[in-house]
Design a protein around this ligand. Structure first.
Ligand code: PLP
Length: 381
């Protein structure tokens, strides 16, 4: 081990010098801040961060430094984290199901914005949250496609129920708002259009003028080489459709991206433990580690392979079965992953776009999961 540094030029420099035996996530603060500025400059409303996608302190601190002033929290832990790291920021408690103890904790911490999707949870809020200055957003769902998987399976009222809930929110003296989430890694902007038009219809049917419309997360990160996220086109569509649908009663807009902000600010390096009989690639990271999401939402093809000396493997791509390190047979990446034909034991497989739902879902199953974090100036290998 030669150099000991706190900030490295790029992943290659770190790998060449440190030859890590455990998986490493490389973090680029400048990439994260650039993503934050892209949202703040382009989105026609307030930009908040969905903490669950990556609750790392370095993430929250850099987002706060870049100007993110609101955070979507789902638990007392996340609320306390934001109160500590960004004390003046707004907290939106947008997990629609909460225990009484969780509600009490949030009230004590000064939370003023909540979401609901059911009568029972709304009555709990009405009974236990002071109405003055408090916003309750009604979350609804639509059967629309576009995202990586169906988010409406767990949360979201039908439009009919949302109409009743919104009326009840207004009657109870809370600030009425509407929220939705089109589904994560949503590459089709048309999903937002359908949701915004339905939100306007719900408000009209309820006879309620809403203060804010939260258009969710779901903004995609760059997972496939050939599919570059068109964020600005989505922002423009949201802006245009909000005006068309609501007219003079257009509410303030909020977005709460998780992946869209943090996804492309991290790059993974996993080491090849073995190339079993020249066919199966065994990595030191897998679906119980930071690659948890891949079987759920598909592979990332922004992959390169480096030798231990930091040289790029240039062999023609050869599809391989890739396993993680645990003894569980589901610990396998989906399908076959095209990797350079000259990949060898001891190499590093570099996966871009690994910031969201990676550090936070990493487990210690089978004694693996020792995941290091290294800060770099650039994520380019
Ligand atoms: C998970 C979640 C988000 C963030 O979703 P991404 O797809 O990561 O942008 C936003 N809002 C709510 C309510 C969520 O549960």
């Amino acid at each position: 081990m030669g150099l000991s540094k706190t900030i490295w030029t790029n992943p290659t420099e770190f790998l060449r010098n440190q030859q890590p035996e455990h998986p490493v996530l490389f973090f680029s603060p400048s990439a994260l801040q650039a993503a934050a500025r892209r949202f703040i400059d382009g989105f026609p409303g307030m930009v908040t961060y969905a903490v669950k996608s990556n609750p790392g302190e370095e993430v929250v601190e850099n987002l706060a430094a870049a100007g993110v002033r609101g955070y979507d929290c789902a638990s007392p832990f996340e609320i306390d984290l934001i109160r500590r790291l960004a004390p003046d920021a707004a907290i939106h408690y947008n997990n629609p199901v909460r225990s009484l103890a969780e509600i009490a904790h949030a009230v004590e911490k000064g939370v003023k914005s909540w979401s609901v999707d059911s009568r029972s949870e709304l009555e709990k809020l009405i009974a236990h949250v002071p109405a003055a200055d408090s916003e309750i957003s009604v979350r609804f769902k639509l059967p629309v496609a576009g995202a990586a998987y169906n988010f409406g399976a767990k949360f979201g009222a039908t439009a009919e129920l949302a109409t009743d809930l919104l009326r009840r929110v207004a009657e109870a003296g809370f600030i009425p708002s509407i929220t939705f989430h089109p589904g994560t890694q949503c590459t089709d902007p048309a999903a937002w259009e359908a949701y915004i038009r339905t939100a306007a219809q719900i408000a009209q049917d309820a006879g309620v003028t809403i203060a804010r419309l939260n258009v969710g997360g779901g903004f995609p990160s760059h997972r496939l080489m050939g599919v570059v996220p068109q964020l600005e086109a989505t922002f423009d569509l949201i802006d245009r459709v909000a005006t068309e649908a609501f007219g003079a009663a257009r509410p303030m807009l909020i977005c709460e991206p998780g992946r869209g902000l943090c996804g492309d600010a991290f790059t993974l390096a996993a080491r090849v433990k073995a190339l079993r009989d020249d066919t199966h690639v065994f990595l030191n990271d897998g679906v119980y580690g930071s690659l948890t999401e891949l079987p759920l939402i598909g592979v990332i093809d922004r992959v390169e392979v480096l030798s231990p000396e930091g040289e790029k493997r240039m062999g023609a791509p050869l599809p391989r079965i890739v396993f993680g390190p645990t003894c569980d047979s589901v610990d396998r990446l989906p399908g076959e992953v095209p990797l350079p034909s000259d990949i060898a034991e001891g190499d590093y497989v570099i996966v871009q776009g690994m910031g969201a739902y990676s550090t936070v879902t990493n487990t210690r199953f089978n004694g693996f999961g020792e995941l290091a974090l290294a800060t770099v100036l650039s994520l380019k290998v």
